[in-house]
Design a protein around this ligand. Structure first.
Ligand code: BES
Ligand code: MN
Ligand code: MN
Length: 470
C-alpha cells in the first residue's frame, strides 16, 4: 500500500507513472465496484419515466467526484437532466483541462436480445456487460479514477474541471445553453473526452474527426383511417408503400444521396489525406464476419474507412406503420412513419441539410398522401487539430503506455458538443477514446473491456504528465 506523501503538488518532471500504475493495480477491484454501482442506475435520458434514475446517476457522480478529491462539485439544474460540474484548481497560473463526458445512456431495447439484464453488470471474458459500460459511463469514470490517483498521490500537475452531462444521447440541447451561460466557469485550455473508439488493443488510435448529424422524423398520411386491405387495396394510396418508395429513391445506384445540394459543401479530402486515412489497419473479411454479412455496400469510389469517416450518409433508423403485432391483420394503414438520420462531414451545416431534406422529401410525395417532416436533433461535424500541444501530449501518452504511436482516425459517430466547445469557448478537443467498434454501443449486450478501462486510466494520467511537462 502506498502512503501518499506531502510534496509540492506539481512537479512536472517527476515520472509519477509507475506510482500511478501501482495505485491502479491495488485499487482496481474498488474502481470496478464503483463503476458497477453507476451501471446499475438506469439513466436513460430519452425515457421520461426514468427521470428520477437519471438524477440518481448525476448525484452518484457528484459524490464520486468529491471522494476523488474535487474541491468544488455542483449539481447544476437545467430545463432537462442536470449537469455535474466539479473542479480542482491547484494554481491559477497552470493550465486547465476540462473533462467532458455523459452519464446518460441509450434505451436498452430490444431487451430480449440481452444475454444478461442491461442494468445488472456482469463480467464475461474480461468484459463488463451493461448498458453504458462503454458509452459513456465506463469511459468517463476512467477520468474520475485517473484524477483520484493523481490527487491521492499528490501528483496532479495542472488544474482540472469536469463537466458530465445527462443529455448527450438526446442531443445536448441544455448543455449548449449551459456552456453559453457559463463561459468563465468553464474557462480552460483544452477539452478532453473519452467517448470514442480505438482501432484495437494492439493498435492505438486517437480520433481526429467526428461526423455531424441531422435527424428527422417523417409521417406519411393516406386515408383518414385504417382500411380493409381487400376492400380498398389497390384503389387507395397505401402510405407504407408510398413511404418505402420515397425512402428508396433517396439513394441512387452508386450509393449516393439524391437530395439536391446534399454534397455541395462537402470538403473532399486530398489524395494525401485519403492515403493517410487508408493506412489504418482494416480487414474487410473480419468486418463482414463480425457483422455476419456476405457483402458490404456504400458510396461508390470510397473505402469503408472513408465511407464512415469522411463521407456524408443517410439511413433509416426506424420505420413503422400499420399492423405489427402477432400474426396477420389485413389492413391498409392510414399512416406510416420513419426516423431518418443523416451523418454529416465538414463543411456541411446541419440546419442547411435539414432544410434541403425537408424540401426534397415533401417534393417526393404524390398527391394521394400528405407528408409531415420534423427535425428531431442535429449537430455539426468536428475535426480536431493534430499539431496542438494537447494532441502531442495525447500521442506521447500512448507511446509511453502502449509502446506504440497512435494512428489518427476519423470516427463515424457524433458528439455535437465538440463543435460548440470550439465556437463558444474557443477550445480544441482531444478525443482520447478507449472503446472498440465491437463493443456494441447502442446495441444489446454492450460491453467494455476491463483491460481498456484500466489501461485507459493509465493513459489519461500519462496525458496529464506530458501536457504539463515544460
Ligand atoms: N459516444 C457516442 C458517439 C461516438 C461513438 C463517436 C463511437 C465515435 C465513435 C455518442 O454517445 C453518441 O452516440 N452520439 C450520438 C449523437 C447524439 C446527438 C444522439 C450518435 O452518434 O448517434
Ligand atoms: Mn457517448
Ligand atoms: Mn451514444
Amino acid at each position: 500500500m502506498l502512503i501518499p506523501h506531502k510534496r509540492k503538488p506539481y512537479l512536472a518532471f517527476t515520472n509519477f507513472l509507475p506510482m500511478i500504475k501501482e495505485y491502479i493495480q491495488s485499487n482496481q477491484q474498488r474502481f470496478l465496484d464503483e463503476l458497477f454501482e453507476l451501471l446499475r442506475i438506469p439513466s436513460v435520458s430519452a425515457d421520461s419515466r426514468l427521470k428520477a434514475d437519471v438524477r440518481k446517476a448525476a448525484e452518484y457522480v457528484v459524490k464520486k467526484l468529491k471522494d476523488a478529491g474535487a474541491d468544488k462539485v455542483e449539481l447544476c439544474e437545467t430545463a432537462g437532466h442536470p449537469i455535474v460540474y466539479g473542479e480542482k484548481i491547484i494554481n491559477a497560473s497552470l493550465p486547465t483541462v476540462l473533462v467532458y463526458g455523459h452519464y446518460d445512456v441509450q434505451p436498452p431495447d430490444p431487451l430480449n436480445l440481452w444475454t444478461s439484464p442491461p442494468f445488472e453488470p456482469v463480467v464475461k471474458d474480461g468484459k463488463i456487460y451493461a448498458r453504458g459500460s462503454c458509452d459513456d459511463k465506463g469511459q468517463f469514470y476512467m477520468h474520475i479514477k485517473a484524477f483520484e490517483a493523481m490527487t491521492k498521490l499528490n501528483q496532479l500537475p495542472c488544474n482540472i474541471k469536469f463537466m458530465i452531462e445527462g443529455e448527450e444521447e438526446v442531443g445536448s440541447d441544455n448543455l449548449g445553453t449551459f456552456v453559453k451561460e457559463n463561459k468563465s466557469k468553464l474557462k480552460a485550455d483544452v477539452i478532453l473526452i473519452s467517448d470514442t473508439s480505438l482501432i484495437s488493443l494492439d493498435t492505438p488510435s486517437i480520433t481526429v474527426g467526428l461526423r455531424g448529424l441531422s435527424y428527422m422524423e417523417v409521417e406519411v398520411t393516406g386515408p383518414n383511417r385504417d382500411l380493409h386491405s381487400g376492400v380498398y387495396g389497390g384503389a387507395v394510396a397505401n402510405p407504407a408503400n408510398v413511404l418505402s418508395k420515397m425512402i428508396a429513391s433517396l439513394h441512387d445506384e452508386n450509393g449516393r444521396v439524391t437530395i439536391p445540394g446534399f454534397y455541395d459543401k462537402v470538403a473532399e479530402l486530398t489524395a494525401a489525406e485519403r492515403e493517410a486515412l487508408n493506412k489504418a489497419p482494416f480487414n474487410l473479411d473480419n468486418y463482414k464476419k463480425e457483422l455476419d454479412i456476405e457483402d458490404i455496400r456504400g458510396e461508390k469510389g470510397y473505402t469503408t474507412l472513408e465511407r464512415t469517416g469522411t463521407r456524408p450518409t443517410l439511413d433509416v433508423n426506424g420505420i413503422w406503420g400499420g399492423y405489427t403485432g402477432e400474426g396477420a391483420k389485413t389492413v391498409l394503414p392510414s399512416k406510416a412513419y420513419a426516423k431518418i438520420s443523416m451523418r454529416l462531414v465538414p463543411n456541411q451545416n446541419n440546419h442547411e441539410i435539414t432544410e434541403l431534406f425537408t424540401k426534397h422529401f415533401e417534393s417526393l410525395a404524390p398527391k394521394s398522401v400528405k407528408v409531415k417532416v420534423t427535425a428531431l436533433h442535429g449537430g455539426e461535424p468536428a475535426v480536431t487539430p493534430t499539431d496542438s500541444k494537447a494532441f502531442k501530449a495525447a500521442s506521447k501518452a500512448f507511446e509511453e503506455v502502449w509502446g506504440k504511436s497512435p494512428i489518427p482516425t476519423r470516427d463515424g459517430g457524433s458528439i455535437p458538443i465538440v463543435s460548440l466547445f470550439k465556437k463558444e469557448l474557443g477550445l480544441d478537443t482531444v478525443l482520447m477514446g478507449f472503446g472498440l467498434d465491437s463493443d456494441a454501443i447502442h446495441s444489446p449486450n454492450e460491453h467494455y473491456g476491463i483491460k481498456n478501462f484500466l489501461i485507459g486510466i493509465e493513459t489519461i494520467v500519462a496525458f496529464y504528465k506530458h501536457y504539463s511537462a515544460k
